[in-house]
Design a protein around this ligand. Structure first.
Ligand SMILES: NC(=O)c1ccc[n+]([C@@H]2O[C@H](COP(=O)([O-])OP(=O)(O)OC[C@H]3O[C@@H](n4cnc5c(N)ncnc54)[C@H](O)[C@@H]3O)[C@@H](O)[C@H]2O)c1
Ligand SMILES: [Zn+2]
Length: 667
C-alpha cells in the first residue's frame, strides 16, 4: 500500500474508533491500541507534510456533537491533551517549553488524570447557567439539566468571584456507585456495564434527567477559565475552586522541577489503585498563567500541559478452555479459563468473554496465548490474542448451540447480544437461580437459608420452585449434608416467617424479568395487589410511571404463563398476601388525647365503622355532630356545609383518612 493510502486508511479507522468511543460509548479497541494507531498516523503525517489535512484525527478532537441536545458554542475552546508514556517524553516536552520561554525556573502543577467525560460549566453572577459537553472542542451538547442533578456541583457559588467564568471538570462514576449499578442490573438479569468511564459518559447523554439523577455521578474540577480571575496560576486556581465550593481532589501537588513531577508519577502509579475512582494518568501543567499564555496551543491541545498515561496493567497467559455459564434468566455467558497469572495485585484465573460476537471478533481459540487487562481496574478482560504464539493445530472456536446444563437448543433474539436457554422451567441453573433470588436479602430475606442450601435442596429433589420451600419439613431436610436439627428447624421457621412481607418485596422476589426493586415498588404502588397487576394490559402498564414496553411485555408474559399462575396461587395459600395492606396500629393507645378533629373525605381503606372503632380504642369519643363535648366526628364524604361551617367556627381541624391513619400509626 502506498503512503497516501496507509494514511487514508488510518484516518478512516481512527474516525470510526472516535465515533465508537465518544458517541456510542462503546469502544472496540483498548486506549493503548488507539493511541498507538494515532501515533503511527502522526509520524506518517510528520514525515509527509504534503498529505496534511486539517480534518485528520491528529488535528481534531475526536468527540462529536449529538443531535439530541441543543448545540452550544464554547466561549473558550475546549482542548484535548497531548499524551506521553515515558519520562523521556516528558523531558522532551520540557525542552520544547524552554525553547520558547528560555531558561527560566518552571513550576508544574501535577494532577491526577480522572477518567470520565469532560464538562464545561458557565457561571453567571455566581449561579450555574449552563453546562456543555466537550463535543468537537468548538461546540458541544447543552446538558445543563443532567448536570444539575449532580450534587457535588454547586448551583450557587460561595465567596468572591468574577461576574462570569467557566469551570472545567470531569464527570466520573466512582467505583462503588458503578458496582452498585451493575449489581442492580445483574439482579434483574441484565448485562452489566463494561466500565465506569463509558457509563459516566453515556449517562450525560440520557434524555431523562430524572434517570441521570439516579446515577451516582460525581464531578472533579481541574480548571477555571475566564477574565478577571482573582489568581494567576493553575495551583491557586484549584485552591480557589475549592473555596467556591467545587470538589477538587486534594491529591494535586505543586512541583518545582521535573524530578518532583516524576516522584508524583511514581507514587500515583502504585497508589492510584486505592482511589475510589478511575484514573488513567497524571496531567502536568505549567503553573504560571503568564507562561501558559506565552506557550499557547497547537491545533488540538495546549503546549503548556501534557498527560502522562499510566500503562494499564497487562499480562499474557494461556487460554486453557472456554466454559459457558447459564444465568438465572437463561442468558449464556462464555468464560475464559486461564492459566493462573498475577495481575494488579490479584491472581487471575478467569475472564469474561461476554458473548459469541466477542469471541468471533477476538478470534480466540483454546491453546492461544492472550493478553489480559484489568478493564476499569475491576473485571479482568481479554484484550487480544498473541497470534505469533498460536499453535499450528489450533481450531476456530465453535460457539455452543445447546445449553450445557439441560441440552436445550439455544436461542438468540434479534438485536440481543447473548444466547439464551429457553428451557425456563427445566434448566437447573435457571431454577436454582430463581429460588436463590427469591430468598435473597432484598427479596424475601429468608433467615436460615442460603444460596448453597438452595442448590442442595434442588439437587436432592426437595424443591423445584420457590413455592416448594413452604412445604419443606424438618424430617425431609435433616438427612442433607451439613444439616443438624437446629439448622433444619431454623430453615423451616425462616421460610414460615417470611410470609408477612410487603407486596413490593414479594413482587420483586418472584423474579419477573426486568422487574428490579424500583420497578417492583412502582408496580406495587400503582396496582395495590397482584390480581390487578396480573390482569393489566400492555396499554395499562405502559401508562405507569417509568414502565416501558419491555418491562410491560415481560409482566404480561409472566402472568400469561400457567405455571407462574399456579405458583402464585400456592404462595397465597401459604399466607403471602401480595397486596398493599393498610393497617391501623392495634397497639396504639391514647394517640388521640389532646386533639380534636373531624375525619372527612372519601374513605378508601377502612369503613366508617372501622374508623370509629379505632378512635374509641384510642380513648377518643366519637360524636355525630360537632360539639364541644365530642372530640371526633367521622364524617365521610357527605359532610354537609353546615358541619364544615361549624368545624371552622369551633376551629376544629378536618383531616383525611390517610392523615388519620398516620396519626394512629405514628410511633
Ligand atoms: N479505545 C478507543 O477506541 C478510543 C477512541 C478514542 C479515544 N480514546 C481514548 O480517549 C483518549 C482521547 O483523548 P481525549 O482527547 O479525550 O483526551 P484525554 O482524555 O486523553 O485528555 C483530555 C481530557 O482529559 C481530561 N482530564 C482529566 N483529568 C484532567 C486534569 N486533571 N486536567 C486536565 N484535564 C483532565 C479532560 O476531560 C480532558 O478533556 C485517549 O486516552 C484515547 O486512548 C480511545
Ligand atoms: Zn438450559
Amino acid at each position: 500500500m502506498d503512503i497516501q493510502n496507509t494514511i487514508q486508511t488510518l484516518r478512516e479507522e481512527l474516525n470510526q474508533h472516535n465515533y465508537n468511543y465518544y458517541v456510542l460509548d462503546k469502544p472496540t479497541i483498548s486506549d493503548f491500541e488507539f493511541d498507538l494507531k494515532l501515533k503511527q498516523l502522526q509520524d506518517l503525517e510528520d514525515k509527509h507534510p504534503e498529505y496534511f489535512d486539517e480534518n485528520s484525527p491528529t488535528q481534531r478532537i475526536g468527540g462529536a456533537i449529538t443531535k439530541n441536545f441543543q448545540t452550544v458554542s464554547h466561549e473558550h475552546r475546549m482542548y484535548s491533551l497531548d499524551n506521553s508514556y515515558s519520562k523521556d517524553e516528558l523531558a522532551d516536552w520540557e525542552k520544547r517549553i524552554q525553547k520558547v520561554l528560555g531558561d527560566v525556573p518552571l513550576e508544574y502543577t501535577c494532577e491526577l488524570k480522572y477518567d470520565g467525560a469532560s464538562i464545561s460549566i458557565t457561571y453567571e453572577n455566581g449561579k450555574l447557567k449552563r453546562a456543555v459537553t466537550r463535543g468537537d472542542g468548538f461546540q458541544g451538547d447543552d446538558v445543563t439539566n443532567n448536570i444539575k442533578t449532580i450534587k457535588s456541583i454547586p448551583l450557587k457559588i460561595k465567596g468572591d468571584f468574577p461576574s462570569t467564568f467557566d469551570v472545567r471538570g470531569e464527570i466520573i462514576l466512582p467505583f462503588a456507585g458503578f458496582e452498585k449499578m451493575n449489581q442492580d442490573l445483574i439482579e434483574i438479569g441484565e448485562l452489566p456495564y463494561s466500565n465506569p468511564r463509558n457509563t459516566a459518559s453515556g449517562s450525560l447523554k440520557l434524555q431523562d434527567s430524572a434517570e441521570v439523577a439516579k446515577r451516582p455521578l460525581d464531578c472533579l474540577l481541574y480548571f477555571i477559565i475566564g477574565n478577571k480571575l482573582p489568581f494567576n496560576s493553575q495551583f491557586d486556581g484549584l485552591e480557589t475552586a475549592r473555596q467556591w465550593g467545587f470538589k477538587v481532589p486534594k491529591e494535586s501537588k505543586l512541583a518545582h522541577n521535573l524530578e518532583e513531577v516524576f516522584e508524583f508519577i511514581d507514587y500515583w502509579d502504585i497508589h492510584r489503585h486505592n482511589l475510589p475512582y478511575e484514573t488513567d494518568g497524571v496531567v502536568v501543567k505549567v503553573n504560571s498563567f503568564h507562561f501558559q499564555d506565552e506557550l499557547g496551543f497547537t491545533a488540538k491541545s495546549p503546549r503548556w500541559a501534557i498527560a502522562y498515561k499510566f500503562k494499564s496493567e497487562q499480562v499474557s497467559t494461556k487460554l486453557i478452555s472456554i466454559s459457558y455459564q447459564v444465568g438465572r434468566t437463561g442468558a449464556i455467558t462464555p468464560v475464559a479459563n486461564l492459566e493462573p497469572v498475577q495481575l494488579a495485585g490479584t491472581i487471575v484465573k478467569r475472564a469474561s468473554l461476554h458473548n459469541a460476537d466477542q469471541i468471533e471478533k477476538l478470534d480466540i481459540r483454546v491453546g492461544d496465548t492472550v493478553f489480559v487487562e484489568k478493564g476499569g481496574e475491576i473485571i479482568p478482560k481479554i484484550i487480544a490474542v498473541d497470534f505469533t504464539k498460536r499453535p499450528d493445530n489450533s481450531e476456530p472456536t465453535k460457539y455452543i448451540t445447546h445449553c450445557p446444563e439441560c441440552q436445550t437448543e439455544l436461542v438468540r433474539g434479534e438485536g440481543e447480544a447473548n444466547h439464551y436457554c429457553p428451557n425456563f422451567y427445566g434448566c437447573p441453573p435457571q431454577i436454582i437461580g430463581r429460588i436463590q433470588h427469591y430468598i435473597s436479602r432484598k427479596a424475601m430475606d429468608i433467615e436460615g437459608l442460603g444460596g448453597e442450601t438452595v442448590a442442595l435442596l434442588f439437587n436432592n429433589g426437595l424443591v423445584h420452585n420457590y413455592a416448594d420451600l413452604y412445604e419443606l419439613t424438618v424430617e425431609q431436610i435433616l438427612p442433607l449434608e451439613r444439616m443438624a436439627q437446629k439448622s433444619a428447624e431454623n430453615l423451616v421457621n425462616g421460610v414460615k416467617n417470611s410470609v408477612s412481607i410487603p407486596f413490593e418485596r414479594a413482587l420483586y422476589a418472584i423474579g419477573i424479568r426486568f422487574v428490579g426493586e424500583t420497578v417492583a415498588k412502582k408496580l406495587a404502588k400503582h396496582y395495590k395487589n397482584i390480581d390487578a397487576l396480573s390482569q393489566a394490559t400492555l396499554m395499562d402498564l405502559v401508562l405507569v410511571d417509568e414502565i416501558g414496553d419491555r418491562i410491560a411485555q415481560s409482566v404480561i408474559d409472566f402472568f400469561e404463563n400457567q405455571e407462574n399462575r399456579i405458583i402464585i396461587e400456592r404462595l397465597k395459600s401459604y399466607g403471602i398476601e401480595f397486596e398493599i395492606i393498610e393497617k391501623i396500629n392495634p397497639n396504639a393507645t391514647n394517640k388521640l388525647s389532646g386533639k380534636t378533629f373531624v375525619v372527612s373525605g372519601v374513605f378508601e381503606k377502612f369503613s366508617r365503622d372501622e374508623l370509629k372503632k379505632a378512635i374509641e380504642d384510642n380513648g377518643g369519643k366519637v360524636g355525630s355532630s360537632i360539639s364541644a363535648k365530642t372530640n371526633y366526628v367521622v364524617a365521610g364524604d357527605n359532610m354537609g356545609p353546615a358541619k364544615l361551617d361549624k368545624a371552622n367556627k369551633l376551629n376544629v381541624s378536618i383531616i383525611s383518612e390517610d392523615d388519620f391513619i398516620k396519626i394512629l400509626n405514628e410511633s
